[in-house]
Ligand binder design. Sequence first.
Ligand code: NAD
Ligand code: UD1
Length: 337
Amino acid sequence: MAVLVTGGAGYIGSHTCVELLDAGFDIVVVDNLYNSKQESLKRVEKITGKPVEFIKADIRDKEALREIFSQHEIEAVVHFAGLKAVGESVKIPLDYYDNNISGTITLCEVMKEFNVKKIVFSSSATVYGITDKMPLTEDMSLGAINPYGRTKLFIEEILRDIYNSDNGWSISILRYFNPIGAHKTGLIGEDPKGIPNNLMPYIAQVAVGRLPELSVFGNDYDTPDGTGVRDYIHVVDLAKGHVKAVEWVLKNTGCDAVNLGTGRGCSVLELVAAFEKVTGVKIPYKIVGRRPGDAAIVYADVSKAKKVLGWHAELTIEDMCADTWRWQKNNPLGYAE
Ligand code: NAD
Ligand code: UD1
């Protein structure tokens, strides 16, 4: 029996492969390598000392998926594969709807054909839309504000409909807050294509000299230092949350959404200061205007994750900075070298 990991060569996927293997699961990875390199999985093998079965395929390719399900005894699916850049999704919405939504529908159709009804899905805190009510709890009303967010919201609704049509399914929807950090070996980490959109990879590339300075998007928010506050979560904690979710789907039926965050907010300048303190590297920055669509403060209520999955985040902002830096310093050009 194996767990199929879609998008397993990517940032969160590769870290989750390590934790699944360490927990004793056999895995099969399917990824089209659109936003990743197979090298990440070679590193997963190095870290765990276990082989990884990899199939290069697109999850929209039904025949390829059928082949995977007929060749392997899949007991559950962890579904990461998708496009994730908010700004890009505004420019090419059809690609996002096709890749994320059609991809998930094709995957679920094939799962149904093979009577595999257990899935863990990568959703995002973005499905809460813009609200001032913090912390965010899973029962709050949902509403996305860009095409990427809408793909996550629509997929969540599709998964709820699938469960309502057949209560034999077991669906764990994980709403991630802001995953950062890297594996403590420094062998795997986040390797964004082009200029990073997100804060931590941007800081890391400034630190390593690939980018000259950080632009801080606004210091006039109603927050203690005026800069945006987010709930950063170490990617290894997040990956461990997936192992708990896989265990949950294997034991239960249902369709349930759970926040994966730390429950604590950290501002842009606090993250910069923590990174500088932990690494001893100065991060030059300038304050620029707000980024459209950004909220002032976002953090999770994490009590449901503890109650339902028996999981909570353990690693600190300092761990996130130290581990990001180890990865970036050892791999200045990511997996490209
Ligand atoms: P990533 O881009 O590193 O990983 C996604 C992987 O999926 C990549 O390896 C990519 O090549 C693959 N992929 C994309 N489309 C595919 C397709 N059609 N068929 C096969 N493989 C395909 O991104 P990540 O940061 O690891 O994110 C994983 C998931 O978590 C995504 O669904 C993302 O939307 C979601 N998520 C990420 C964040 C974050 O901050 N990183 C936050 C919330 C949710
Ligand atoms: C963004 C996405 C969100 C997605 C998440 C993970 C937007 C509006 N939201 O979240 O949908 O789920 O990434 O992929 O794009 N910042 C800077 N300078 C930078 C980059 C960021 O000051 O160069 C600030 C932002 O204004 C924000 C904080 O840093 O206050 C975190 O930004 P980011 O890492 O992009 O994450 P989110 O905006 O929370």
